[in-house]
Design a protein around this ligand. Sequence first.
Ligand SMILES: [Zn+2]
Length: 168
Amino acid sequence: MKLREDDEELLLALLNSAPVERGRTLELLDGEPGARLAARFGGTGSDRERDRLRRMRGALHDLIREAPGAAPGLEALLVDAALVPEVTPAGFRWRLEAPEHEALAARAAFAWAETVERAPGRLRACANEECNLFLLDRSRPGTARWCSMATCGNRMKVRKHASRKQEA
Ligand SMILES: [Zn+2]
């Protein structure tokens, strides 16, 4: 269910807001950067909103990684959210109703559902296990594995090459 044009952007920004750099997780939802991220997508940037976003991010990571218990975890974050139809000559337009601090996180969840329904299997975690980024594979064959070819793609290639050399 697309609620706003930038839903997909919101989803990816949220999923990728805890990148790992040199083995340490950076929390991009904290402080000023977190408030800016929320504001970019129409949020207030309040502490409660960012706390909710963090929990939603965890639930979505679990779902995409197919962790056990992921579905009830997401459902629990959506109990106070509802989609209300507004009738227009072109059909329904869906309005999200949720407590103010939960709305942005809920919108990300609906964007996740919209994305996996429209493009099954295309939203995935980067194949580099030390990376905590996610990608939406828009390539025609659907074989993209890395968040970015320039970083993880190359790093993994170099590593493969090195281990092959070691074996030889
Ligand atoms: Zn990566």
